[in-house]
Design a binder for this molecule. Structure first.
Ligand code: ADP
Ligand code: FBP
Length: 300
């Protein structure tokens, strides 16, 4: 079984308008509401690709209830911890001349809430996958992902971490199966701006030396590079298409990679499925269906 953990789930409120005028009343041309948060997105795309997972994390208030209802409606198994105070955040994604995002803070988690999560993680056993994805509420310490992997050490859990900065750096010593920084996040880890494939590959290899097994570097419209644990280097441009909404493209890529690897145990297949899933979601209003992803994969 694959478990995803989203510390800070969201309702993603996507508003479209031709132009955004700061300081004025703006009216939308179209709006949509989706369940969001990186682990949740991974769970939804895994489900779309026929791979079962359980979405774990924390929800609160009326927005939390709606996140759970939307996940249930799309057949996505979940086992969230209910936080008693506050409400799950609403992340606003503005699609005007440019794409802008306002991501909320989310509810404050108590030490009891964290203990409840660790209790749920006791269910993980040999060979299970654990996806830790997204930011954590700013009231939590930056070593929380590290604490989780430390707790699970020795159980042969395949960990996937999609996070940035210290949150990511701190987990490398636990030998995560996969990490997926984008090219900017990879550069930020080293205080550099990486502009060539060679620089991206050599810095991805540095993360392997620090412990990561497979490093998948996404590069939005420029595709992705995978440095696999056998030393293989995979690089591809994305398939052709028209970008509609790139929110969730990175999460879709993680799900596609996992689904591709589970079905083939082959890193090139995993890489291609990840790339197709990322782009298929970027070419849709929301996250891609299994059919969208398979159709795009055939064009590659
Ligand atoms: N503009 C785009 N055109 C085609 N594919 C895209 C585009 N943006 C994202 N993707 C696909 O989604 C993947 C992840 O996107 P990226 O923006 O790098 O992730 P993140 O959201 O984590 O920063 C890319 O590697 C690519 O396959
Ligand atoms: O946890 P964070 O970093 O605030 O990000 C949350 C946001 O990221 C998303 O999961 C999308 O992530 P990606 O575009 O990186 O795939 C949204 O659904 C959500 O609003």
């Amino acid at each position: 079984m694959i478990y995803t953990v989203t510390f800070n789930p969201s309702l993603d409120y996507i508003v479209k308008l031709p132009t955004l005028e700061l300081g004025s009343v703006n009216r939308t041309a179209k709006e949509e509401l989706y369940p969001g948060g990186k682990g949740i997105n991974v769970s939804i795309v895994l489900r779309n690709l026929g791979v079962e997972s359980t979405a774990l994390g924390f929800i609160a208030g009326f927005t939390g209830t709606e996140i759970q209802r939307l996940l249930d409606a799309c057949g996505c198994r979940n086992d969230f911890i209910q936080v008693q105070e506050g409400f799950s955040r609403i992340n606003v994604k503005i699609k005007a001349e440019q794409e802008s995002e306002i991501n909320g803070q989310g509810p404050r988690l108590s030490s009891q809430n964290l203990q409840d999560l660790f209790s749920k993680l006791e269910n993980l056993s040999d060979g299970d996958g654990l996806v830790l994805a997204g930011s954590i509420p700013n009231t939590l310490p930056a070593d929380i992902y590290e604490k989780i992997l430390e707790h699970l050490q020795g159980r042969n859990i395949h960990a996937v971490v999609d996070a940035t900065g210290e949150l990511l750096r701190n987990v490398l010593k636990y030998r995560p199966f996969l990490i997926k920084p984008n090219n900017h996040e990879l550069g930020e880890l080293f205080g550099q701006h990486l502009t060539t494939d060679e620089a991206i590959i050599s810095h991805a290899q540095k993360l392997q030396q620090m412990g990561a097994r497979n490093v998948l570097v996404s590069m939005a419209g420029d595709g992705a590079i995978l440095v696999d644990e056998g030393g293989g280097i995979h690089k591809r441009l994305p398939p052709q298409g028209h970008v509609v909404n790139s929110v969730g493209a990175g999460d879709s890529m993680v799900a596609g990679f996992l689904a591709g690897y589970l079905s083939s145990q082959n890193y090139e297949t995993a890489f291609q499925t990840g790339l197709a899933a990322g782009s298929a979601s970027a070419f849709q209003e929301w996250l891609a269906s299994g059919d969208d992803i398979r159709a795009l994969l055939k064009t590659m």
